[in-house]
Design a protein around this ligand. Structure first.
Ligand code: SF4
Length: 149
């Protein structure tokens, strides 16, 4: 059975910038966990950032924190590690947290740190998709279930 890469925060791990998790309580996700099909991963932690950390948004292709630090290298490293993990486990599907500058599949914040979302992808979601791994957000569970069937 195919394994699925899942954003750690969707599994409840307290890895988000503010030290929280955002557990997705979905029966299918719980079933996949019981079948040991889940590979949990947080690209920002893997890229060397700590929790809590300053929130970051994508501005002209770079990832910048709300205090002006350029954290693009850490985000790029996390994305590369996510891809490597997918290749290692032959993972072809990922369930990633929407709107994150790493994990966002369909939307990201606009770079103004004012809560405005725009169409776009986070660095990890984008790199995985470019390499043939199908990425779904937590808002697309029915589509992921269908793709895996
Ligand atoms: Fe969750 Fe992804 Fe952000 Fe890590 S980088 S906290 S897995 S959304």
């Amino acid at each position: 059975m195919h394994k699925i890469l899942v954003s750690s925060c969707l599994l409840g791990a307290p890895v988000r910038y503010d030290g929280s998790g955002q557990q997705l309580l979905h029966p299918q996700l719980i079933a996949w966990q019981q079948q040991e099909r889940i590979v949990a991963f947080c690209p920002e932690i893997a890229g060397g950032l700590s929790t809590p950390r300053d929130p970051a948004e994508i501005v002209n292709g770079k990832v910048i924190t709300n205090t002006g630090d350029d954290v693009t290298p850490e985000f790029q490293l996390g994305a590369k590690q996510a891809l490597r993990l997918c290749q290692q486990y032959n993972i072809r599907f990922a369930l990633l947290k929407e709107s994150s500058p790493s994990c966002g599949r369909n939307t990201i914040y606009d770079g103004s740190h004012s809560g405005i979302k725009v169409v776009g992808m986070g660095l990890t979601a984008s790199l995985l998709e470019k390499n043939g791994i199908k990425v779904f957000s937590e808002q697309q569970m029915p589509a992921l279930v269908k793709a895996l069937a």
